[in-house]
Design a protein around this ligand. Sequence first.
Ligand code: MG
Length: 296
Amino acid sequence: MVVFCCWILSLSLSFFLMLCRRATLFVRPLTVSMRRATATSAQQPRRRPTIHGVVFDMDGTLTVPNLDFGEMYDRCDVSRSDDILEAIAKKPAAERERAERIIEEMEEEGRGGMELMPGCRNLITYLRDRAVPLALVTRNTQRSVGRLVELLEGTEASSNGDAVFSPAISRDHPPLVAPKPDPSAMFLIASEWKVGTDELLMVGDSPSNDVAFGKAANAFTMLLDTGRRHREEKEKGGGGGGGGRNSADVVVDCLEDAPFLLAAHFTLPPPDREGQGGAQTKDTTTEKISSSLSQL
Ligand SMILES: [Mg+2]
């Protein structure tokens, strides 16, 4: 009798445990699906602003920096806390001409050794495939801009023969406007393209010059921080490029990353595969970005 009671008790316990396990199996997927639902509702897709044009800085952004500005300031006898062009303009005629010759000599040397920044060609191609207007604002000269375009000529970026940057604003060629960070050039570009400045993106390597220029015009800004110098300055508590009024909307370590971050932060027109640029360009960036984003 005792054995029979024990057997019945054991059987009941096993049945009860089985019911509990089955109940758990039903509850667990429900819990997971509810978590997924919560996560989905919390991760509402962000509205990415639409960009209708990109404005580039040249030296240190599209080209590898090869001008020693410290040497230029010293040779021109200008304090490094001053704006070199403004300081030279205030000098007596003879000193001004000497300083201008030094700058021209150094810039000529820079043109001779000019190299495209790694990722420059691919970024330009990526934007041109989408028919995004491109402009350039530099304190360098039109001859240096010409050398940059020469480096891009014969490549996919300019294969259709159009000017790569329109307008390309330099310090010595019309339209002559106040230099960066004065926002006049950005307003001029927006007016020429018939878009708002808040639909433009400024890409440059200087927080105090390029980012401030974009911010002053209410444009979006992308800081190219190749040595992570500006980011590290910010982390140390310095002015840097990551904080304050010169804080960029997006910071990239290298131009190769720029198309990915553009796609992540902004809305751009889709590639024009039927158009001339898109049909002639073997752009693998689009496929890479689509593949990467789909895996996020
Ligand atoms: Mg620069």
